[in-house]
Design a protein around this ligand. Structure first.
Ligand SMILES: Cc1ncc(COP(=O)(O)O)c(C=O)c1O
Length: 406
């Protein structure tokens, strides 16, 4: 597909698979450690980054930047901050005040910083499993307690247990909620009403909410992301909104995220904690890539979203015809498909063995996200269509009638 972006005609390639083993990709390395026999051309479907070529607008812009950049300690330029603010206004109708932005080396480091800065040692921090597993370590490795409010799976769709959340929030020992919005791994884009209910509970019980919105740009047709902090002054004052270009544009390796904290006192405590860890600067190429992405990346992202939607339709149709015992949860946002293997009646260990050794399909296994994920697996479907189809064929051989795992 050719489109006009940034004044230049750019070809957007969503079909070339690049073997990233020699590039040091963490998930390709983990796959090869788990099964050294995996052939070239088979990607892992586990960790949440894209097995797709980078947006050419970002690559070209970085090349130009690097030609004469001096890579010393760097602050976000006004152009970078403006690009971020304009993007959030355009895409999410969320107006960010420039001085509310704190740049960090990632969203996970920001979660850890928020927990340390804004809760007392031993405090309860509420999470809603199954959920992105670093939430647990951000809490436990910093001497706080994980307090679980599991999601409810009703009629094939996950919901938040708002009564459970209200009960846990009423306990003064629980002072923070880490919300995943959109939710990794179950693919929900929380509705305006659901988020208003969360905001009301947080305000009533004085919870700080760390709203991890790193997947906010990856929303499929028919759904709309609502930024928690856009729901009014009261909730904005208690929110730490974590966003980044790293999922949207596959820039996680550049370790650059923007955390929005409207309340000056909370922001001061967050910043002081960051600085106590020696974190004063983020990566110069990371900041430039962020500016380029938010300035020129719109058309590329539209193409990525079309690929995710068509890959999801392919997967759904394939499994309906060939593996009807496997459940496919609705994908509203993210590129992480939550699959339900419970009808196969296999243990978590047997499922993992069958997938890795027989199907040679590497998922993030469901229990990684908490005990509530037993019998499920998360498949990253942001890969070329041909690679996804080949993986589904191997899965059908493995789980289909007469297959080794039948
Ligand atoms: C919900 C969520 N938060 C944070 C991250 C990672 O953030 P970072 O790489 O900026 O630490 C991910 C990556 O998959 C994620 O899914």
């Amino acid at each position: 597909m050719d489109v006009c972006a940034g004044g230049a005609l750019m070809a957007h390639d969503f079909s070339t698979l690049i073997d990233r083993t020699a590039q040091g990709s963490a998930k390709w390395a983990a796959m090869r450690r788990a099964n050294p026999e995996v052939l070239v051309g088979i990607p892992p479907f586990s960790v949440a980054d894209l097995d797709l070529p980078q947006a050419p607008e970002i690559v070209a812009g970085l090349r130009e930047f690097l030609a004469d950049a001096v890579l010393g300690y760097t602050e976000p330029t006004p152009a970078c901050t403006r690009a971020l603010i304009d993007w959030m206004t355009r895409r999410h109708d969320w107006r960010i005040a420039p001085d509310s932005i704190v740049w960090t080396n990632g969203v996970v480091p920001a979660l850890c910083t928020a927990v340390r800065a804004l809760t007392p040692t031993g405090a309860g921090v509420i999470v809603q499993p199954p959920v992105y597993y670093p939430f647990y370590s951000a809490i436990e490795r910093n001497g706080r307690r994980v307090v679980r409010n599991p999601l409810l799976l009703q009629d094939g769709r996950y919901r938040m247990d708002l009564d459970g959340l209200r009960r846990l929030a009423a306990d003064p020992a629980n002072t923070m909620l880490i919300l995943c919005s959109p939710h990794n791994p179950v693919g929900r884009v929380w509705t305006h009403d659901e988020l208003r209910a969360v905001a009301a509970i947080a305000v009533e019980h004085e919870l700080i909410v760390v709203s991890d919105e790193i997947h906010c740009d990856l929303v499929l047709p028919g759904h709309r992301h609502t930024t928690l902090a856009s729901l009014g002054q009261e909730i904005a004052r208690r929110s730490i909104v974590c966003t980044a270009p790293s999922k949207t544009f596959n820039l996680a390796g550049l370790c650059t995220s923007h955390i929005v904290i409207s309340d000056a006192a909370l922001r001061g405590r967050f910043r002081a904690e960051l600085e106590s860890q020696g974190q004063f600067f983020v990566s110069a190429p990371g900041l430039k890539a962020c500016e380029l992405a938010y300035t020129h990346g719109q058309e590329w992202l539209d193409g990525l979203l079309r690929l995710i939607a068509s890959n999801q339709a392919l997967l759904r149709e394939f499994l309906r015809e060939r593996l009807p015992t496997m459940g496919v949860l609705p994908l509203e946002g993210t590129y992480l498909q939550w699959l339900d293997f419970r009808k196969l009646g296999m243990s978590a260990a047997a499922l993992k063995r069958a997938h890795q050794d027989e199907a040679v399909v590497f998922f993030a296994e469901g229990t990684t996200f908490g005990a509530e994920g037993a019998g499920f697996a998360r498949m990253n479907i942001a890969a070329p269509r041909a690679a996804l189809l080949a993986a589904l064929e191997r899965l059908a051989l493995c789980h289909g009638p007469g297959g080794p795992a039948a």
